[in-house]
Design a binder for this molecule. Sequence first.
Ligand code: GLN
Ligand code: ZN
Length: 777
Amino acid sequence: MLTHTPGYPRIGASRGMKKACESYWAGKLDEAALRAAALDEKQARWRVQQEAGMDLVACNDFSLYDHVQDMSVMLGAVPGRYEPLRQHFSDLDLYFAMCRGYQRPGFDVTAMEMTKWFDTNYHYLVPEFTAGQHFCYASRKAVAEFLEARAFGVAYPKAVLIGPVSYLLLGREKGKGFHRLDLIDRLLPVYLAVLEDLRHNGCFWLQFDEPFLVTDLDEQTREIYRDVYRYLKQHFPDMHFLLATYFGGLGDNLQTALSLPVDTLHVDAVNGYNELPLLFSELPAGMNLSLGLVDGRNIWSNRVEESLGILGLAVKSIGKERLMVSSSCSLLHVPYDLDLEPDGGSLPDFVKPWLAFARQKLDEIRLLADLMEDEVSDTAFHALSDHLNRSETRRHSPALRNEEVRRRTDAFSRQNVGRREPFHVRNLIQSELLRLPALPATMIGSLPQTDALRLLRKRYRSGAVTRDAYESGVSSMIADAIHWQESVGLDVLVHGEFERTDMVEYFAEHLEGIAFTANGWVQSYGTRAVKPPVIYGDVSRKDPVTLGWTVYAQSLTNKPVKGMLTGPVTILKWSFVRNDQPLRETAMQVALALRDEVLDLELAGIGIIQIDEPGIREGLPLKKAGRADYLEWAVRAFALCSGGVAPATQIHTHMCYADYGDILDALVRMDADVLTIETARSDMRVLADFAACDYPNQLGPGIYDIHSPRVPSVKEMHDLLIRAMQYLRPEQIWVNPDCGLKTRKWEEVRPAIGHMVKAAKKLRRHLPSYECIRTGR
Ligand code: GLN
Ligand code: ZN
């Protein structure tokens, strides 16, 4: 049985690629040095896979920023606004300009739009297509990586490409009158050229990623799938096509997938578990099956006994020769290596044996294949019994259960947990109390994390500075932030979240039942990586988490300071969550812990509390069938943590990066008094959906794209607000950036926020009447 994984992490085991790219951007590293660092990283990944005994090793799954953007560059889909840069820029700088935007005297170009990669927390750059879109074979990255892999000594490099149908579906139409799939005939010749080049250079294995096959598709799209792969196979009958589907089962597309002329079909056997029997019985004689048995999205050790059961069944119906063992999807979504976690570190020693990171998952893939051999080696037997013992220990661990938590969640499960008064009543009370101007200006929470702050934190963690010194350092940053916000004219202030490295990790550190890793980095976008916590047991709150800093910040000003919490669904979505009970149960436990925090803040006089839920949209099941149930518990979890406050307390929530169209109902039901969203990069387009459903509560469409170092002008932001007014009633609108500012620099943030407040003030002067704000409409 052959083994492989659809892809491997690429940010660097110690985030080496992040550092290399950021040094390159800062002008401290030249292109040759960056390329050398990239080659080192690629080779390290190939070595690890080879050593772990993967028969096929992926290439072209590496990227300096984003693999979708790499495809766009390869296929010549570079939007016109970047053309002026071409004559001055190297290919590499042009690539980064598209990823990050570019601003210098004489040039000012926005970045490509970014959005979430299916239901993961990885973000890709959205291809932009025009009606007359021209494609051409413009970058040989895939071939170059194939050759590098071969030169390194990989026997069978498997070139990974996003399949043509998924590539188009990932993109967005710029302009009206066409659908992006209409472009398929123009696109295919370029794929032919890429494949030709690969084959010419000796590449035999091709992995086409077609994750859209696990989403709801219409018959027309299925037809396109059939045409496309028939066409490609016709031209390259001698290449081995491996069609990779992941993030779910094939559902209604199962027959379509089985009808495609590909040599191997890869399926997600973790999330598509229930359709495996059907798949085994219907697999056409000429098709091999790659079984993604090892979860590429979570870090729990494989349940080897279950996997072996599936493999046994598969061998019976298909035969060993036609089977491959793999991970459910690319391992991009899990950290590099559990062995990087120090003993006695933040990850409790008793949790470690229950986990597998990318490196360990390769071993699991290998083990499953080895255990299916006719003669099983002693090593494999030992590994098996070790696995079984570890999962037994986990199952019976007392660390998983907290009876008090179970009793409380149980009691709430029989209650109505939302707010008691309707929004219009709360709105009256709140505007009377808060007396905010029209178009109130605020920020989303975090402020720049400076080198000084990072150093302070590092020294505190290593014991080089005392807790007092650390806290007084953070206090003075909060005080500076409050004074700056007052002087710039913001209406609702934030404390800046200086005490948090990460909005989820911070809560993980303070809640029981959640552990966090020392080095478990996972790429979020570009050079940005996060360390998802590990929710292993029942969740509860011992002491208040955010109360101290919030109350301190509020003591410095007469303006309202928002309390700032991360919502239950986001904590779940951005963590690795225990897989031994339904997500819903874990969500309610987290929500209850947060409810206690919300009530403590309210009691301490904090009148505005923001509960961030940027993770809600990405948790949405990819297939429509599962959505209602998910949204039901997601909304309930939000209601549980926010619903206990008095009508005078204003609840905000924040979300970013998404189309909100298919969750609008849920947003209305969440019933936050104020919702702030990401809209700057997408030109307020999403507001049409809010207008269409007559979104009742207040809404802050982001007017400052915080994922780019650009400083938008007053006019630019004012124009965005005017656009927002086409969709929303003026008394509904808040003025704010797209998201938190922690990744930005003060040099960008100060002028940008200054411009933002000016834009708000300018528009206020022209609002016909402010009276409507207080009276409501
Ligand atoms: N309050 C958080 C911050 O400002 C929100 C971040 C997010 O939405 N991702 O950093
Ligand atoms: Zn955000």
